[in-house]
Design a protein around this ligand. Structure first.
Ligand SMILES: O=C(O)[C@H]1NCC[C@@H]1O
Length: 249
């Protein structure tokens, strides 16, 4: 699930007329993601769209204080949480790094090694669907999980060692569920989450208690801004050997 994309699609759906009669001050857009229904609410006034907030699927702390043996780094203790996708969370400090200042290469290497360790050493599970029981990535944090008005930073390294340029919608959801599980934030207490990569900010709030199978869960509201950067047309020619795309590692 991509919360960052939900925020972008919330604006796109209104701006490109997918919603026939948008309402002010907000228009609701229901988006069916692989993890379930995500409700987006797009600010809309005087014909212009603005910030988008969404309500997540039930998010829950899967396991806390899990020790894994990480190649090149030794034993590392991580938390694992679900916010539409499963992530491992660990403070960058554990690797002698700073999520805001260290070289991206160093952060990516540490996060990727953690992801590989968790994938091979921890049996993951999701009560709704086996398809959701995989680790999407590792989120390195600044360790500032106790409630504060100040933003807390994180960097998400997901899929094939890609770095998220946003604070990660599904990652913020998972991190809020983790903080709520640990009693570090209350319902309706909003925190700001800043991307260690770009400095962009989302807010995250646990708004409702719920369950997901046997897990105590919360619905999380994530809010952010998306901006247009262009319009593109892709073409696929039948004789192009690279028309299916390629991946450089
Ligand atoms: O915002 C998100 O949830 C996504 N961004 C990249 C990784 C996640 O899918």
């Amino acid at each position: 699930m991509c919360g960052h994309a939900v925020i972008a699609l919330g604006r796109f759906a209104v701006d490109y007329g997918l919603v026939k009669e948008p309402s002010s001050p907000e228009t609701q857009i229901n988006i069916h993601c692989p993890c379930g229904l995500v409700k987006a609410f797009t600010q809309y006034a005087d014909g212009k769209t603005g910030a988008v907030r969404f309500h997540s699927v039930p998010a829950f702390a899967f396991a806390t204080d899990v020790s894994v043996s990480v190649e090149g780094y030794g034993t590392v203790t991580v938390d694992i949480s679900y916010g539409g996708a499963l992530y491992a969370f660990v403070s960058a400090e554990k690797f002698g790094s700073d999520v805001n200042k260290s070289k991206t290469r160093d952060l990516v290497d540490a996060a990727t090694a953690v992801s590989e360790a968790v994938k091979s050493q921890v049996k993951l599970y999701h009560p709704v669907s086996e398809d959701l029981a995989f680790l999407y990535g590792t989120i390195l944090t600044d360790g500032k999980d106790a409630f504060s008005e100040e933003p807390t930073a994180n960097m998400c390294v997901f899929a094939d060692a890609q770095v998220d340029r946003s604070p990660t919608g599904s990652g913020v959801t998972a991190r809020v569920a983790l903080q709520y599980h640990k009693g570090l934030i209350r319902l309706n207490q909003t925190r700001s989450f800043q991307s260690g990569a770009t400095g962009s900010v989302f807010t995250g709030t646990a708004i409702e208690e719920t369950t997901c199978g046997d897990f105590k869960a919360v619905v999380v509201e994530v809010k952010g801004h998306a901006h247009y950067s262009g319009v593109a047309t892709f073409t696929q020619e039948s004789d192009d050997p690279l028309s299916g795309g390629f991946l450089l590692r």
